[in-house]
Design a protein around this ligand. Structure first.
Ligand code: PLP
Length: 416
């Protein structure tokens, strides 16, 4: 990949100049941001778009409150999982009628992984990475438990596609990987890995939680079989908004997903007693997704219609590059090479938890992932170069002053 278009600044003045010339800077006004802070946790929970409360209010007061049951037809509720899936499609390099919005990432992974094992019925191994986001591993364990002789094999973190060679034998039905590692921010080569998995006769499932809305993704180009991802991280749909599910159209006719609920039926309102799956991507629905959460997704996806993903990627690399450069004397575990980097930076520090708490008190909001990683997410639509400069400065001051050692920073809540 070529270098980012934006050079890494070496002074705060240069950061101010880059902000003034930033083509994505106007997007910042679309978001509700902390008054006196820098939000570097958009990879965990994206911020509230300014337009969202009004769209949610209209959905509650007008669609639900006034139009009641007629809203299913009058306001197109039944179509929303498809309409919103089609709006996510260009962000992940998919086509129309290939993406649907429903359920959570875990539930959707359960559906596509079970479907993949059924499509490769002579094979019984699922490959994944040991350090993946745990819910993906738990689901793989649950799914393989349903097939006699099936097992999931967990590999050490991959550095490149070649690391799969020794493991891709004729028993492998599917490989499940996160494109961007939730802890380290390492970006995998989707094209090279998917091609290898296919050459071995297996199916490829990508988890896009930390890449959707963070960088351009090319599912069709790379002939990916299935993908799942979040809408509440880089896409800003709101807390626990439903996830999305992609299935390549070549699988739509043969696939069988296991959660056969009424909204995946060919005719939900015929109320037949036997299950007949809908054709196409609709067969992946189970129930109707939470309507108010869909309103949050609808609102944020209006903003994404105007985003140039090449500009997004260039700024993301510049922001992460700047932070890495400014923290060069710390143990940065995120790859320095641009083609290996998502949109977050992780720094290893044995006292990472209290250090992050001390930073939050200074208004720099990042998070901590056990056992020892401080994590900072860089969302190009609302984070500025100057903020990144100031955040790195604050981190260095917190460490140099030792202020993180104060007792009040040691207490952990249920969510870190
Ligand atoms: C955030 C995240 C999830 C979330 O799973 P849910 O079932 O939607 O709660 C799953 N996988 C990864 C890699 C994530 O980062």
């Amino acid at each position: 990949m070529r270098n980012s278009q934006v050079q890494i600044p070496t002074s705060r003045e240069q950061c101010l100049a880059l902000d003034a010339a930033d083509p994505l800077a106007p997007f910042r006004t679309q978001y509700t941001l902390p008054a006196n802070g820098v939000y570097l946790d958009g990879n965990s929970l994206g911020v509230l778009p300014v337009r969202t409360p009004e769209i949610v209010r209209r959905t509650v007061e007008e669609e639900w409150g006034q139009d009641l049951i007629t809203s299913w037809n009058k306001h197109g509720w039944t179509e929303l999982p498809f309409v919103l899936g089609d709006r996510i499609a260009p962000l992940i390099g998919a086509g129309p009628a290939e993406v649907v919005v429903c359920d959570s990432v875990s539930v959707n992974l359960f559906k596509v992984l079970t479907a993949a094992l059924r499509l490769r019925s002579g094979r019984r191994t699922v490959l994944g990475e040991r350090d993946s986001f745990p819910t993906d591993l738990y689901i793989a364990e649950g799914v393989t438990g349903l097939f006699e002789g099936a097992r999931s094999v967990l590999l050490p973190s991959l550095d490149s596609a070649d690391d799969l060679d020794a493991h891709l034998d004729e028993g492998v039905a599917a490989v499940v990987l996160s494109q961007v590692d939730y802890r380290t921010g390492r970006l995998l080569d989707m094209g090279a890995i998917t091609a290898k998995v296919h050459a071995a006769g297996a199916l490829m499932i990508w988890d896009l939680c930390h890449s959707a809305g963070a960088l351009p993704i090319e599912l069709t180009t790379h002939q990916v079989d299935f993908a799942v991802g979040c809408t509440y991280k880089y896409l800003n749909a709101g807390p626990c908004a439903p996830s999305f599910l992609y299935a390549a159209p070549r699988h739509h006719a043969a696939v069988e997903q296991p959660l056969t609920g009424w909204f995946g039926h060919a005719a939900p309102f015929a109320f037949e007693s036997g299950y007949r799956p809908a054709e196409g991507i609709g067969q992946f629905l189970t129930s109707f997704p939470p309507l108010l959460a869909l309103a949050g997704l609808r609102a944020t996806l209006e903003i994404w219609e105007d985003v140039d993903l090449a500009q997004l990627r260039a700024k993301s690399l510049a922001l992460t590059g700047l932070f890495i450069e400014q923290c060069a004397d710390l143990e940065v575990v995120t790859p320095r090479q641009e083609k290996l980097r998502g949109s977050q930076v992780a720094i290893r520090h044995q006292d990472g938890f209290p250090v992050v708490q001390a930073l939050i008190e200074r208004g720099v909001i990042g998070d901590f992932r056990a056992p020892d990683l401080m994590r900072f997410g860089f969302t190009p639509l609302y984070v500025s170069y100057t903020e990144v400069w100031d955040a790195a400065q604050a981190l260095r001051e917190v460490l140099a002053s030792g202020e993180w050692q104060a007792e009040r920073f040691a207490t952990r809540g249920a969510v870190t």
